[in-house]
Write a protein that binds this ligand. Structure first.
Ligand code: SF4
Length: 283
């Protein structure tokens, strides 16, 4: 396992949210999904996640919606520079514990915040959502520290329900907060890469929606491997099993998971690639 195999950027935001190295016992996998995650563990760094500030994590995932990490990372950095600890619009003494990002963003001027996060796209909508979330966190949890404690200590189902009630927070965002902040085992967030690959490989039904894929993966992958499985599958989707050109199209041996894959919607004879749900309709 070389340093090169470390995903440079992932949904957790690269270095800042990169998790801690962890080793999983590959052993005899009980399910195909677990075997796939174990194999990914041979390719990429194995990691466990958790410990990040919950409100900042929420803000980061809102910024990353409908855009790439490359575009959302500078927006996150600019936001933290201005509203974070020591920033010109930070709240508190600016020297540590009493700074509150939620308070700073609840009081932010929307136009100014939109301009700060403009590189992330949809900046008007995102700035409105972030301010509304900050107000809610301040009102219901007393600020970012109270919210952090809630996410890290309360029952995961209760936390998930509370997050989903917030405007702009969908299942993927809620699961990312539970995983990257709460460090909760058994949470396998499903983004577009995970949704595609799990159905292509036959780990979930071809017509399963995001929630359906999440249920299959969380049922079949041991809890302690779910977080790593999520980030590794995203990286695998970027560098090997992409939406339009999975590596096996040119060369079946180019994919290290070929022996565990049903290739639903991938026709290596004609070179045609369709969404697995379309392949089901065509049958
Ligand atoms: S065999 Fe092809 S479709 Fe299956 S995981 Fe590998 S690249 Fe993706």
């Amino acid at each position: 396992m070389s340093e090169d195999s470390e995903p440079e950027r992932n949904i957790s935001g690269g270095d800042a949210g990169g998790g801690q190295a962890a080793t999983f016992a590959a052993g005899e996998a009980d399910t195909r999904a677990e075997a796939v995650v174990d194999r990914l563990g041979d390719i990429y760094w194995q990691k466990a996640y958790g410990g990040r500030d919950a409100f900042e994590c929420l803000v980061r995932t809102i910024l990353s919606q409908n855009t790439s990490d490359k575009a959302s990372q500078p927006a996150h950095d600019a936001l933290m520079d201005r509203y974070g600890n020591g920033g010109e619009e930070g709240r508190g003494e600016g020297d540590g514990d009493d700074h509150d990002l939620a308070a700073a963003l609840a009081e932010a001027d929307q136009t100014r915040l939109a301009e700060t996060i403009s590189s992330a796209g949809l900046y008007n909508q995102k700035s409105e959502r972030i301010i509304a979330l900050a107000e809610r966190v301040r009102e219901e949890y007393g600020g970012e520290a109270g919210f952090d404690e809630f996410v890290k200590t309360e029952d995961p189902d209760e936390v998930r329900t509370a997050l989903l009630e917030m405007n702009g927070v969908g299942p993927k965002t809620a699961d990312c907060v539970l995983l990257f902040s709460g460090g909760r085992d058994g949470v396998f967030p499903v983004d577009t890469h995970v949704h595609r690959i799990a159905r292509r490989m036959g780990l979930a039904p071809p017509d399963a929606d995001h929630e359906g894929v999440r249920e299959h993966l969380e049922r079949d992958v041991p809890a302690e491997k779910c977080g790593f499985g999520h980030t590794a599958m995203i990286q695998f989707g970027r560098d090997t099993c992409s939406a339009r050109k999975p590596a096996c199209l040119d060369d079946p041996d180019a994919c290290p998971l070929a022996d565990r894959c049903d290739r639903v919607g991938v026709d290596t004879t004609t070179g045609e690639v369709v969404d697995p749900a379309e392949a089901l309709e065509a049958d």
